[in-house]
Write a protein that binds this ligand. Structure first.
Ligand code: GLU
Length: 450
């Protein structure tokens, strides 16, 4: 058994049943084969064994009282995976699917994503198996306060800086920040994704979606094309999907679909973005009501999805932007996209495509931007928020947006050049994994066995 496969086997026996984590590790390690073969130093320094083991995992009880007076208990997590390049950085996810495996895979991906940005940030992630859906504002506040009552002792502006992810937006960040300040007495940049009123950065809200579209545009430019006139399938209807759609319109493309946990909307003439923003950012409503305003749109409920995948990928389009969640795009979906003429996939979510789907995209040689490259604009802009907080400055929308664009370009160029260097031009998965790995691994070697 070679170095990579023996590490994976060891991982599976020491951390049983963490399927999403194994999936993320396999995806990264398999593409590291060419660099590990050429260089003894990574093996000699046991870099792979050290990388797959988090520096620290914190699991805690989150007790809170609901509006009926019942005591509820959730599981809270923060994984501090790797600090070779800077303070742990990564979001908090509040979703019923959250478990140790999901947080671990997200934390592992975050190491390479953050390394690829070229910024001084390590990898971390956290969250809780809390379902915010249908909860009152007061319940959300009590939950966030309880969550922070344990988390505060582990985080700080130069140690670990959480942010949002699925189920955690400016409202939740606000409640957590308030509790952190109350417990510590310190007003500091310990969280990103804050409100613009008190320390947030312009463009942070838009950054992940905008970044995934900038990345798509750089992929197409390198192939002599552009997003102009392209019809795009988007999944999700949260922060990432909404601002990916906004940027697509600004770049002359047309988003024709979006989805939530209950169903998918397909609108041939283009998604009504103002309506989606109103449904999702204000009334927190589900997409099934979209047809009331647009009877010409198609709505497909989850129960009517194809057995081997997701309805959102079963329409013909030029490009696909998975912006919802892990494993939302299967082999069946990939086949449908390729048959329907899709030439580009840019991942706004973390690990949205299954292993088999990714293999199909790479074999078909379409432009495929893996999440850790294409969605890195969110965390990169979080680092810009940290920089503004630390220097007590705030930059204009245009300044931050320009920096975001430049960072996305650098990520594309780095991944693309690295793919060429290792003999697989155009394979951005290989390029992103190797480039991210090289930066973290070399820093770990220089910092000794810690
Ligand atoms: N949750 C986002 C991600 O997956 C953002 C993390 C951050 O801003 O720290 O990268």
């Amino acid at each position: 058994m070679n170095y990579i496969h023996s590490t994976i086997a060891q991982l599976k026996s020491s951390s049983p049943a963490q399927c999403e984590f194994y999936q993320a590790v396999e995806e990264v390690l398999e593409s590291l084969e060419p660099i590990l073969e050429n260089s003894e130093k990574y093996k000699k320094n046991a870099i792979i064994q050290r990388l797959v083991e988090p520096e620290r995992q914190i699991m805690f009880r989150v007790p809170w009282v609901d509006d009926e007076g019942n005591i509820q208990v959730n599981k809270g997590y923060r994984i501090e995976f790797n600090s070779a390049l800077g303070p742990y950085k990564g979001g908090l996810r509040f979703h019923p699917s959250v478990n140790a495996s999901i947080i671990k895979f997200l934390g592992f991906e975050q190491i390479f994503k953050n390394a690829l940005t070229g910024l001084p940030i390590g990898g971390g992630k956290g969250g809780a198996n809390f379902d915010p859906k249908g909860r009152s504002d007061a319940e959300i506040m009590r939950f966030c306060q309880s969550f922070m009552s344990e988390l505060y002792r582990h985080i700080g502006p130069t140690t670990d800086v959480p942010a949002g992810d699925i189920g955690v937006g400016a409202r939740e960040i606000g409640y957590m920040f308030g509790q952190y300040k109350r417990l510590t007495g310190r007003y500091e940049g310990v969280l990103t994704g804050k409100s613009l009123l008190w320390g947030g950065s312009l463009v942070r809200k838009e950054a992940t979606g905008y970044g995934a579209v900038y990345f798509a545009d750089y992929m197409l430019q390198a192939r002599g094309g552009s997003l102009q006139g392209k019809r795009c399938l988007v999944s999700g209807a949260g922060n990432v999907a909404i601002y990916a759609m906004e940027k697509l319109y600004q770049m002359g493309a047309t988003p024709v679909s979006c989805s939530d946990s209950r169903g998918t909307v397909y609108h041939e003439s283009g998604i009504d973005l103002d309506l989606i923003k109103c449904l999702k950012e204000q009334s927190r409503d589900c997409l099934s009501t979209y047809k009331q305003t647009h009877p010409d749109a198609i709505y497909i409920a989850v129960n009517d999805y194809p057995k081997d995948g997701h309805a959102v990928w079963r329409f013909n389009a030029d490009a696909a932007f998975p912006c919802a969640t892990q494993n939302e795009l299967t082999q069946g979906d990939a086949n449908a996209l390729l048959t329907g003429g899709c030439l580009l996939v840019s991942e706004g979510a973390n690990m949205p495509s299954t292993k088999e789907a990714i293999e199909s995209f790479i074999a078909a040689k379409i432009a495929y931007g893996p999440g850790k490259a294409a969605n890195a604009g969110g965390v990169a802009t979080s680092q810009l928020e940290m920089a503004q907080n630390a220097s007590m400055q705030s930059w204009t929308f245009e300044e931050v947006d320009e920096k975001l664009k430049q960072i996305m370009k650098n990520i594309f160029v780095t991944a693309n050049d690295t793919a060429t260097e290792f003999g697989e031009p155009g394979n951005l998965l290989l390029g992103a994994n190797i480039a991210g790995f090289r930066r973290v691994a070399d820093a770990m070697i220089e910092q000794g066995v810690v």
